[in-house]
Design a protein around this ligand. Structure first.
Ligand code: SF4
Length: 360
């Protein structure tokens, strides 16, 4: 750190004198108060970067905060114990309590980094585990408010009754449907909703999923959201995993990870989270296209994360953008299922541990 000091410049900004220097923030210029400058010049050895534990920085003039990207540290103004603070660099702001608010660009950068780290650790996840588009639709309804293991039991019941198809659900009585999907919970509600979906398809698309999935993404999404019992997560699961439309699916795992990493609060609006991920991941689509990752990839590391065996749906040809959204959701499920649990976060074993903010 001391080696960066000769590059420091002292100059005036309005009435307030500030220092600008490349203080280990991705070599970007950041601004710190003049008191910090004077302190650094007087005793540069007192500024120590301890990226993993700010509590060890007893002798620092400024706080050092890892902004979560794993490489960037930000030095902020204020002697320890003074009231000065609230500094900012181009990646975020840090208030007096040491809480970081990342700027939009930094959040997106962080999401992309998570994608790379998780994909490198676990490889392709092969979501969604289904043999047909209709099976994805049924699974998307059944997984509402329940664990996937329960959904699997309900799907197995439908399969062995030869009713896991559009025709099957159309001809099954409501009572029969309820009985078969009972393991998935809320079975009366879900059976009714499945019947409503099939009736909607019959009425507006001549019973053809192909016609429905050929709709432009936004129109399709709107129609799904207008159906009884379909919220944004179910709609987007159908769009992405059954229709290969490029829409990111936000689930509870996504919210938990974002909140624990202080990227967005757990109660952030669905659309805000979706936009963040879509904006962050879109630039990766070209590299996915170039690497041929868009479907049909073998399992690189066995069943790591939340990987499934390749299925007819997971290996369907899709656009690189849809593939990136598909993969990222599967990777986040892997994080949530294995490490980032509601009651207990197993950070020590999680591949995202190094990005955890210091406050955790
Ligand atoms: S388990 Fe810990 S490190 Fe992993 S995503 Fe959750 S909070 Fe982050």
């Amino acid at each position: 750190m001391a080696g960066t000091l000769p590059k420091a410049l002292l100059f005036a900004v309005g009435e307030k004198q500030c220092l600008r220097g490349d203080i280990n923030c991705h070599l970007k210029l950041i601004t710190v108060p003049v008191t910090v400058v004077l302190g650094l010049i007087a005793a540069p050895e007192r500024l120590r970067v301890v990226p993993r534990n700010p509590r060890q920085m007893t002798f620092c003039f400024g706080q050092v905060q890892n902004l979560g990207c794993g490489t960037c540290t930000l030095v902020t103004g204020g002697k320890r114990g003074s009231s000065r603070g609230g500094s900012a660099c181009d990646r975020g702001t840090l208030n007096n309590e040491g809480h970081v608010t990342l700027r939009a660009g930094a959040r997106k950068h962080q999401i992309r980094t998570y994608y790379h780290v998780l994909f490198q650790a676990w490889g392709p996840q092969h979501w969604w585990p289904a043999q047909s588009r209709f099976e994805v639709v049924v699974g998307a309804y059944l997984t509402q408010n329940t664990a996937w293991t329960n959904v699997e039991k309900a799907l197995a019941n439908l399969r062995s009754a030869h009713l896991l198809s559009l025709k099957g659900v159309r001809r099954a009585s409501l009572t029969e449907l309820e009985r078969l999907i009972r393991p998935a919970g809320y079975f009366r509600q879900k059976a009714k909703r499945l019947k409503i979906f099939v009736a909607f398809l019959d009425r507006h698309y001549e019973g053809s999923l192909a016609k429905l999935f050929a709709r432009p993404t936004e129109k399709f999404r709107e129609e799904l959201l207008n159906l009884h019992g379909i919220g944004p997560e179910t709609a987007d699961s159908i769009l992405l995993y059954a229709g290969n439309h490029p829409v990111f699916v936000v689930d509870a795992y996504t919210r938990r990870m974002l909140a624990r990493h202080e990227i967005l609060p757990e109660k952030a609006a669905y659309e805000e989270i979706r936009e963040l991920f879509e904006g962050a991941l879109a630039p990766l689509a070209q590299s996915v296209a170039d690497s041929g990752e868009a479907g049909n990839q073998p399992l690189a590391a066995g069943f790591a994360g939340a990987a499934h065996p390749p299925s007819a749906m997971s290996t369907t040809k899709r656009t690189a953008l849809a593939q990136v959204y598909n993969e990222m959701h599967g990777l986040i499920v892997g994080v949530g299922k294995n490490y980032c649990r509601k009651s207990q976060a197993r950070c020590d074993e999680c591949p995202l541990k190094k990005f955890l903010p210091h406050s955790h």
